[in-house]
Ligand binder design. Sequence first.
Ligand code: BGC
Length: 270
Amino acid sequence: MTKPTLDLSGQVAVVTGASSGIGAAVAKGLGVAGARVVVNFNSDRDGGEAVADAVRQAGSDAIAVGGDVSDEGKVENLFAEAKRAFGTVHILIANAGLQKDAPAEAMTLADWNKVIGVNLTGQFLCCRAAIREFLDRGPQPDVSRATGKIVCMSSVHERIMWAGHVNYAASKGGVMLMMQSLAQEFADRKIRINSIAPGDIRTPINKEAWDTPEALAKLLRLIPYGRIGEPEDIANAAVWLASDHSDYVTGATLFVDGGMTLYPGFRDNG
Ligand code: BGC
């Protein structure tokens, strides 16, 4: 039996939306764990290259590849570049995502379609490309017990409804059943598919929720654990879900949220 390990050396990971925020931290975390990393970015080439440099400085290898994940051709190119550089792919972190918030009565179709396109369809296109590569390559038991591992980046908003963000909440609710359906479909092919549901993490996407003392104090009322999350909190979870330490875990959503989904408003009898 292969020894369960957090060590990812010998493995190749594709991380989408990795030029900043959670994706950047996950790419670096996987690199520190020994994986070679394909750092996908959309428009921020400098950010993507800086993350690839950081992975190389950590002693692994990396390339940065541009491409909007909602564009089928760009996703095909991303995986072609990964194979050209590193031969195959063992790990996908389908992370790229965005918000375009508006009250529902004012939300444009363009903003609905953009968020669903990147957060849900984009994740599907990346999952499909990764699954095709895992099936083509087949098992490599000396490298990992699973033939392939996928981590979808969901959100506490796959569970918590979110007024003013209906496109985003719908996209993450969609990610939940997409992930579970794919996990059911491919478990017998030894492909493990799970999600991480981050709560409030200190990144550019939610800057207005933490960058003033007043905003932070309001935010902390929603977080029983009493601190905002850091991108490294998510990176640590992603390394575990990508590693053989979680080999019996598939179809699961791991909430990394300081207890945000524990309904803290009910602590004092509601
Ligand atoms: C959103 C953040 C939000 C957090 C908690 C995340 O999925 O992207 O903007 O602060 O959920 O509500």
